[in-house]
Design a protein around this ligand. Sequence first.
Ligand code: GUE
Length: 286
Amino acid sequence: MSAQILDGKATAAAIKSDLTVRVAALKERGFTPGLGTVLVGDDPASHKYVAGKHRDCAQVGLASIQRTLPATATQEEVEAVVRELNEDPACTGYIVQLPLPKGIDENRILELMDPAKDADGLHPTNLGRLVLNEPAPLPCTPNGVITLLRAHGVEINGAEVVVVGRGVTIGRPMPLILTRRSENATVTQCHTGTRDLSAHLRNADIIVAAAGVPHLIKPEDVKPGAAVLDVGVSRNGEGKIVGDVHPGVSEVAGWISPNPGGVGPMTRAQLLVNVVEAAERAAAAL
Ligand SMILES: Nc1nc(=O)c2c([nH]1)NC[C@@H]1CN(c3ccc(C(=O)N[C@@H](CCC(=O)O)C(=O)O)cc3)C=[N+]21
């Protein structure tokens, strides 16, 4: 028996078609939301991701604002672009594509963003609001994981979830979302310092693999029927994506997110959701 697919592509398409209607309604009221991106340097993967985000914008009717800086840009130059987008009324929300080149202080850049325009949900104020159970834009990848599970009817309430990884974009915020009363999961967070990862994995109803270690999650470590989300993006010699989940896992798991085609498209869809929601809040305040 092969695992059922957590189809991120299809789920993201459904979210985008809902957003298209909401964006049209905003435009009718004279309000065109816009997503900004700040891209520094020439990492090919980052360029590809950012291009994808602008394609998504065009699809749902959002305006897009692109700011590209060379790898040699200084801290001051990046900060100037952030200040400009904070002030720009056409920019409803924006992201600073991570990672930034060495020598740029990433946290200082994030802190400088207007939290009301934080489309990634990674501003310290918004992460703080998440801790405090206050409404805030949610980090896109963890929120995409939740939406993907819900769209396929995977039970989160009461589930034992193992999150592997402790990065800022997924590993750290994911347990905060999973343990809200609305999700009500029990979470174990594992990382490179975990003594016996297999022991934790074998107990999990849901595994969120976000370590960035190719094929870290092996079939023998997965409980039969578990839902396994592959968030890892490593590249092999040919530039092809290699996930954190070993292909053999699909023979054991009940649900698996393909990679590509799983969590990646959901991340992009949630980014659009954050922008449209920010625009709806701004329009309601008019
Ligand atoms: N400020 C910031 N926000 C981010 O959200 C952010 C970031 N920085 N830095 C890099 C990571 C990575 N990330 C991806 C998003 C979508 C896909 C995606 O759609 N992937 C496609 C395949 C794309 C391909 O083939 O390369 C898929 O999984 O089907 C992948 C990766 C967002 N990130």
